[in-house]
Structures are given as C-alpha cells and as structure tokens.
Design a protein around this ligand. Structure first.
Ligand code: NAD
Length: 244
C-alpha cells in the first residue's frame, strides 16, 4: 500500500520543501496542515507525520501520534534541554526519527567532528560557528546543538562548558570552554563550522547548505524508513546506516 504522509507546518519554508520532495520521490501527501487545522482528522488519513513547525507544537503532536500509534519524523528545533528530555520519553513510544539536520553531508560532519574531537585533545580549542537566514527564530541551530553535544561527550564536559558568544573582559580562554557563535542574515540556508585551534595549527570542518531541499529529501527518506521500525527514537545516523 502506498505511504501517506501528513505534513505539519505545511505553509512554512520546510513544509513546502517537504511537499516538493515527496512529489519527486513518488510519496503521497495525505494531508498538509498548518496553524488552526485539525491534526487528528488529518492523521486518520495518513501513516506518518513529518513535522517542521514550532517547538511549542511538538508535545501535542507526539501525544497524538502515541494515541493513534503513528510514526513521526520531527525536524522542528528550538527545544530547551529539559523540554527535549521529557519529549524523548514520549517519542520513544512510537517509531520516531528526530534529527536536528536531515542532510547526508551534515550527518557526515557529525561523524567527522566526533573523530576530530577524539583525536585532538584539550589543547585544541573547540569552537562552533553557525549562520542562518534572518527569519530563523531559534539560536543556536539544532545542528550546532548536536555538534556541541558531540564535542562535550568526547571531552567529558557538561553544558556549563558552553560559551555563547563573548563580550567584555572575558579573560583568557580556558581549555575547558567550548564556544558557540550564531550569525544571522540574509537568506543563508545553513552554514556550520567546527574549529579545533591549537598553538601552531587549526583545523576547520565546514558544511554549507545552499538548498533546503536536502533537508526535505532526508525527511521523506526518514519517513519511508521509520514506518517499518519498532517504537523508539532514531536519528539520521540510523536512517543512513552511518552509526558505527
Ligand atoms: P517557517 O516559519 O517557515 O515555517 C513554520 C510553519 O509552521 C509555519 O507555516 C507556521 O504557521 C507553522 N506552525 C507553527 N505552529 C504550528 C502549529 N501549532 N501547528 C501547525 N503548524 C504550525 O519555518 P521553517 O524555516 O520551515 O522551519 C521550521 C522548523 O524546522 C524550525 O524549527 C527550523 O529550525 C527547523 N528546521 C529543521 C531542519 C532539519 O534538518 N531538522 C532544517 C530546516 C529547518
């Protein structure tokens, strides 16, 4: 039977890109909804939800998916750390792909960052810089948050190590800091650089997205994949078979 997807946040930039990617992949859009539409009615006609809307929507959407035992792909970002932990417990009750970034290139960047952070010790200062379009509502990006999580895990640090921008008399940089800087402007789809800087050399890993179609194609691929999985929270490393 053909797969029917429900797009939540259908009028947004990503919602529209998902509709186009589904069409190109021959996947049927059973319903496309936005603010004010009835998600329960729409879901009755669909097998899997793809959500790119607002972080305030995630809980209600997950509760609906659990009630109706439907799979879900969550692309929405901007959840606070505590909020995310609570939502993960709910998401684990259905087959769920939750990814801060659905592009193949960025998922490779995650793997490369992990490798670099494990090879390059604390004498290599780690900093993450991201840039997005002027309309983006949250910072740092979900992708930057995941890159930071990887670095913190490898260095056995917690979130208190993060330095969100710097200003004033900050003192010398400590080796236990991990910097994060969010730039906003124009129509930038999404740039991320992870930098490891020591005395004498510096390595930079950069990914630049120039078309949000890459995220939409990844989300459609995730929807096709997740429908056959057991309940649990997966990410794009699972979908792409990149998990080591
Ligand atoms: P956008 O503002 O263009 O679109 C969001 C849409 O969601 C709007 O049409 C809005 O009306 C709708 N919406 C808001 N609340 C809703 C609700 N309660 N029910 C239904 N619809 C609702 O934003 P965008 O650029 O499309 O991004 C959407 C989200 O996806 C953001 O959190 C963004 O950071 C994230 N994003 C993730 C990835 C990824 O790969 N994971 C890539 C790009 C963007």
């Amino acid at each position: 039977m053909a797969l029917n997807i429900l797009i939540n946040g259908a009028k947004g930039r990503m919602g529209q890109a998902v509709a186009a990617a589904a069409k190109a992949a021959g996947v049927n859009v059973g319903a496309a909804i936005d603010v004010g539409d009835n998600a329960a009615d729409a879901l009755a006609r669909c097998d899997v939800i793809i959500d790119f809307s607002s972080h305030q929507t995630t809980r209600a959407l997950l509760e609906l998916a659990v009630k109706e035992r439907k799979a879900i792909v969550i692309g929405t970002t901007g959840h606070a750390a505590g909020e995310r932990q609570e939502l993960l417990a709910l998401a684990a009750k259905v087959p769920c792909v939750w990814a801060g970034n659905f592009s193949v290139g960025v998922n490779l960047l995650f793997a490369l960052t992990q490798r670099a952070a494990s090879v390059l010790g604390a004498e290599y200062d780690a900093e993450v810089v991201e840039m997005h379009h002027r309309f983006k509502k949250d910072a740092p990006s979900g992708t930057a948050a995941r890159l930071l999580e990887i670095i913190l895990q490898e260095r056995k640090l917690d979130v208190s190590a993060l330095r969100h921008g710097r200003s004033g008399i900050t003192g010398e940089r400590r080796s236990t800091e991990v910097g994060i800087h969010a730039l906003r402007g124009g129509d930038v789809v999404g740039d991320h650089t992870v930098m490891f800087a020591a005395l004498g050399e510096r390595i930079e890993l950069t990914h630049k997205a120039s078309d949000r179609a890459i995220f939409a194609q990844g989300a459609v691929r995730a929807a096709q994949w997740v429908i056959g999985q057991k309940p649990g929270v997966y990410d794009m490393q699972d979908v792409l078979g990149l998990r080591s």
